[in-house]
Design a protein around this ligand. Structure first.
Ligand code: NDP
Length: 468
């Protein structure tokens, strides 16, 4: 499939040199993109700016109807989009793969359409009448990564539109096709210029982030790039929501039954092949059940097929790109060299595609790069502990804080311990569960601002106070 890398003012643009989008499973390219350039980026912002007054002037109810119709479009085209997503991203059609992502995108859109930004009355009596109103900001720039391109795009776009902003979205150059196709399809229900998209050469990112007509940037990606985006936004004082990397810790208490928690631990860590910001990336297990948890995880992994995502029985696909594949391979090799013990996996699966097996490593400890760095792939370090305070201290020792989890049969105690984790979301006996009505965001170098629910929606508006 060939797609335009620029959808501006309601229409796909022609021209631009052709980029082949790699299929991470190997073989033929996933598709071709006519790359957007700097002129397209500028035109996209201009179109969004021009469309803003009329879109902002519509009633919230009218916008909600159109956002709901976007959900209809996603649902009606889910299978086509899921296949495109599998081709470019690698994730399987089934399991927690492309069909799951498209289902989530529709559900998030639908839920977002139901949200409201009500007027808040602070005082209403003979002395004063003071009300607080929510106003849209203007043009919102959405910059998305390659792990959950459609879902994260929806998380940025739909609340921005509902709140009365117009949008320019820029997907990752690794996975532009599903987003560009989705944005094209959504033009059937949205007025021209309300939602624009550009994808192509790396140069367009900085042009967009520095543009004076962009009022807010929603960025999901690495901490390093988030910091560059923040610097670029500073001269024009743009608002920011930064959802950056994490290195989530999970702590398993000695009262757990290893067989009972293995599936939850496995998917907490391996969702999307570990390429998920709030996946479990360091597992701390008490000495008394350490071997039991390791064995239960290895047993569970044996039943999970890693294969081409287009095969209906694949449960995990390849790693998304060469850079990430090499990073995971390097971290595993370094851990082996530092005394970690391979429980399963640990060698690339084939010469074609970026296939890497589920890899569990025992005897890991702080100081190993596999523990201290975000691996963002299917390799989980398992760290033995005897002293819970020490495990908590290690969990909190890194400069990132997106998610964390406590695993225990005693949920009240686990909840108290979860309160001690330095992260935006902490789970008990699960990891990474997100919902459209529950705020989600990081602390420390994992970013700031939240997404989802009314907390997330409010971030796409400014307060306007009227004293009368
Ligand atoms: P990046 O953070 O570099 O890229 C994410 C997005 O930012 C892409 O769309 C990219 O497009 C864009 N971008 C990069 N530089 C700029 C810039 N200066 N101005 C504006 N936009 C920019 O992620 P990578 O793909 O390089 O992955 C690196 C690491 O990030 C991973 O190993 C992983 O640890 C982490 N990561 C975290 C994610 C999360 O969900 N929190 C998601 C993906 C990765 P372009 O390159 O065209 O500029």
């Amino acid at each position: 499939m060939q797609l335009s890398g620029a959808v501006i003012d309601g229409a796909p643009q022609s021209g631009g040199d052709l980029l082949e989008i790699v299929n991470p499973a190997g073989g033929d390219a996933a598709g071709t993109l006519s790359a957007a350039g700097e002129a397209d980026a500028l035109a996209a912002v201009a179109a969004a700016r021009a469309a803003f007054p009329a879109w902002a002037a519509r009633s919230p109810e009218e916008r909600a109807v159109l956002v709901n119709r976007c959900a209809d479009i996603i649902e009606a085209n889910a299978e086509e989009l899921a296949r495109l997503l599998t081709l470019e991203q690698g994730k399987p059609l089934n399991g927690m793969g492309s069909r799951f992502e498209l289902g989530g995108a529709a559900a998030w859109t639908r839920y977002t359409a139901s949200l409201k930004l009500p007027v808040d009355t602070i005082q209403d009596d003979a002395q004063a009448h003071i009300t607080v109103h929510r106003k849209p900001l203007g043009v919102v720039l959405s910059i998305t990564p390659w792990n959950w391109p459609v879902m994260i795009g929806i998380w940025h776009i739909m609340p921005a539109l509902l709140a009365g902003n117009t949008v320019v979205t820029k997907p990752s150059p690794y996975t532009p096709l599903s987003t560009m196709r989705l944005v094209q399809l959504l033009q059937d229900v949205l007025p021209p210029g309300v939602l624009n998209a550009v994808a192509g050469h790396d140069a367009i990112g900085p042009v967009l982030t520095a543009h004076p007509d962009v009022a807010k940037i929603c960025f999901t990606g690495s901490t390093r790039t988030g910091s560059a985006v923040m610097a670029s936004a500073a001269p024009t004082l743009k608002r920011l929501t930064l959802e950056l990397g994490g290195n989530d810790a999970g702590i398993v208490l000695p009262d757990c039954d290893p067989a009972a928690i293995a599936e939850g631990l496995f998917w907490g860590a391996l969702i999307n092949n570990g390429q998920t910001c709030a996946a479990l990336k360091r597992l701390y297990v008490h000495d008394s059940i350490y071997d039991g948890v390791c064995n239960a995880l290895v047993d569970f992994a044996a039943g999970v097929k890693v294969g081409n995502g287009l095969e209906e029985d694949s449960i995990l696909g390849p790693i998304q790109n060469r850079m990430q594949f090499e990073k995971v391979s390097r971290l595993v090799e370094e851990a082996k060299g530092s005394g970690a013990r391979l429980l399963c996996g640990g060698e690339a699966i084939s010469n074609s595609g970026y296939f890497y097996p589920v890899t569990f490593m025992a005897n890991c400890e702080k100081g190993m790069a596999l523990v201290d760095e975000e691996q963002f792939g299917p390799a989980l370090p398992i760290i033995r502990y005897t002293d819970l305070d020490d495990a908590l201290e290690q969990a909190n020792a890194l400069d990132v804080g997106l998610g964390g989890s406590i695993w225990s049969a005693d949920t009240a105690r686990a909840r108290d311990l979860a309160m001690q984790l330095e992260c935006g979301s902490a789970w008990v006996n699960k990891h990474g569960a997100i919902r459209p009505d529950v705020p989600f965001g990081g602390v420390k170098a994992s970013g700031f601002g939240v997404e989802f629910g009314h907390y997330g929606l409010e971030e796409f508006s400014s307060l306007h106070v009227i004293h009368d």
